[in-house]
Design a protein around this ligand. Sequence first.
Ligand SMILES: [Zn+2]
Length: 274
Amino acid sequence: MPLIDFHTHPWLPAHLNHATVDFIRSISPAVAEHHDRLSDPGHAADVLRSQGVDRAVVLPEHCAETSGDVRTETVLEHCAARPDFYIPFASVNPNLDDDPPALVRRYTAAGARGLKLYPSYQFFYPDERRIYPIYEACMEAGIPVLLHVGSSVIPGTRVEFCDPVRLAPVARDFPGLPIVMAHGGRGHWYAECAALVRDHEDVYIDVTGLVPSRLLEHFPDLAAMADRVVFGSDWPAMPKSVAHNVAAIRALGLPAAALGGIFHDNAARLLRLG
Ligand SMILES: [Zn+2]
């Protein structure tokens, strides 16, 4: 069964804040084993492939006040080393960039296949009207928007900004825009995220950063909503391996069609991989 990891990060410690680097070093077996060789995109791709990953979305983070500042340009360059494997996303910061929608257009023209927004790291509510032109740019480009939704250990996080109820107006006002909730409301809002998926046909959950063996506790209707769930790992910021998480999800007893959707088909559709 082919595997798309919808949520990975490049290991670029010089671009990350100290607390982020310390946290990742403290939990990541991949960083412990490969150290800064992971910064080499070819080596990182080989490691991910060895864990069964066929394609990996790579996320920048323009969040200097919290996690770090891995810019989209850097991720585009990283991904260009293995274009058949990596799928670059863009990151804009509504509080720091002069013209975020123009940046979205520029980054998608340069190859970005989605946009990551970090409300709790960048400090904005997703339904603020000043954010709407960013969504319009995503719709024009035909790309999904992935938003961090849930708790985080990164110092400076303001979790109130990612209350998923603030995504309901966005889903209503932008029908056809795929909205993916990274972390599925971790720690605060599992039921609210599931309700949004039920209520809006273009809203998805990315299960990154959740203990995979506990997914059915968080989402009892996981099988019924499996066409709107994508697999992600947060690699290398994860305590086990991608292969471990995949095996744990396989062991949940979901139907084969649900697993095919979660591990590949839903992401392929969102990313228009054809
Ligand atoms: Zn992440």
